[in-house]
Design a protein around this ligand. Structure first.
Ligand code: COA
Length: 312
């Protein structure tokens, strides 16, 4: 079968920084509480006219440039989001038009909350592997600031806005995606939902995440005949530093082998994994031939992981 991998990455983060101190002026909270309970120092919040689609377009453009291709080369667009600007049309159709991707190119959104980007990668991978499309753009974009009750200190301190994108395409035989794990458990749907504002049972989501990250990570490694010790870099969904540290301990991973970007960006939902991936590539922390696992979890409850041998 055709090997499929990530051939380009791009991000967009709004300029406006909202610190914990800023939040402590509008709700009863403190920088010390937020930092010690979550690891978050600040987050980016989009201006009113910066819609989810605008952020997705910017990240998508950068990923296409980074892949060294043009928008006309894109065969399909998938946007993972739970904060679309309209019930319809989808964000992906807006992205198609604004990026100058050829009219007629299929485009659809995926709703799997913070796991949406992983669902998107795994979906896209099937089409490229089957030889149906050469390049697919996957964007994770969310504007949680639009669905947060800013008076609810349980949730308002956790999230930020942003977008991250990748292009997937064919890669040489011994590179690319080696295995994946996807799952959902609707019995946990009550723990994290938006109708229309976000409400959450933080403790339940916390327990689920600390359990699920190591489970999915070990499973994708096992599926391609690898062990924990073979893992070079882990990119987990960025929700809470204590979740990441708990998972890291269970996996016995050194702290330099796991991505942490939530201190600067908070939880950017579907965007958090591609944003972290792009950041780690830029820092030189992911090298050719490295074994990399991307792992997410979120509302649904949903989870997913992808194991790759990095390189094109
Ligand atoms: N500032 C100050 N105090 C706060 C607060 C805030 N922003 N938010 C909650 N508190 C208070 C609570 O009211 C509670 O007070 P009480 O004991 O008087 O009732 C106290 O802090 C402890 O709350 P608790 O819920 O036990 O804190 P916690 O250690 O579980 O941390 C979360 C709360 C939300 C940070 C944590 O549960 C979490 O991160 N869960 C996972 C959430 C997540 O990842 N969601 C996204 C998934 S994609």
């Amino acid at each position: 079968m055709q090997s499929v991998g990530i051939v380009g990455v791009g991000t967009y983060l709004p300029e406006r920084i909202v610190t914990n101190y800023d939040l402590s002026e509008i709700i009863e909270t403190s920088d010390v509480w937020i930092r010690s309970r979550t690891g978050i120092r600040e987050r980016r919040i989009a201006e009113k006219d910066m819609l989810t689609a605008n952020m997705a377009v910017e990240a998508g453009k950068r990923a296409i440039d980074n892949a060294g291709i043009s928008p006309q080369d894109i065969g399909m667009i998938i946007v993972a989001t739970v904060t679309p600007d309209y019930a319809f049309p989808s964000v992906s159709c807006l992205v198609q038009e604004r990026l100058g991707v050829l009219s007629g190119t299929p485009a659809f959104d995926i709703s799997a909350a913070c796991t949406g980007f992983i669902y998107g990668i795994v979906t896209a991978m099937q089409y490229v592997q089957a030889g149906l499309y050469k390049y697919i753009l996957i964007v994770g974009a969310d504007k949680f600031s639009s669905i947060i009750d800013w008076n609810d200190r349980n949730t308002s301190v956790l999230f930020g806005d942003g977008a991250g994108a990748v292009v997937i395409g064919r890669v040489q035989k011994n590179r690319g995606i080696l295995s994946f794990d996807l799952g959902a458990d609707g019995t946990g749907s009550k723990h994290l939902l938006a109708n229309p504002m976000v409400s959450m049972n933080g403790r339940e989501v916390f327990k689920f995440a600390v359990r699920q990250i190591p489970l999915s990570t070990e499973l994708v490694l096992k599926k391609c005949g690898l062990k924990k010790g073979d893992l070079d870099f882990l990119i987990p969904h960025q929700a809470n530093i204590r979740i990441i540290e708990g998972a890291r301990d269970r996996l016995g991973l050194h702290k330099d082998k796991i991505s942490v970007t939530l201190d600067r960006f908070g939880n950017t939902s579907a965007a958090s994994i591609p944003i972290s991936l792009a950041f780690e590539i830029e820092q030189g922390n992911i090298k050719d031939n490295d074994i990399v696992v991307l792992v997410g979890f979120g509302a649904g409850l949903t989870w997913g992981a992808v194991c790759l041998r990095w390189g094109t």
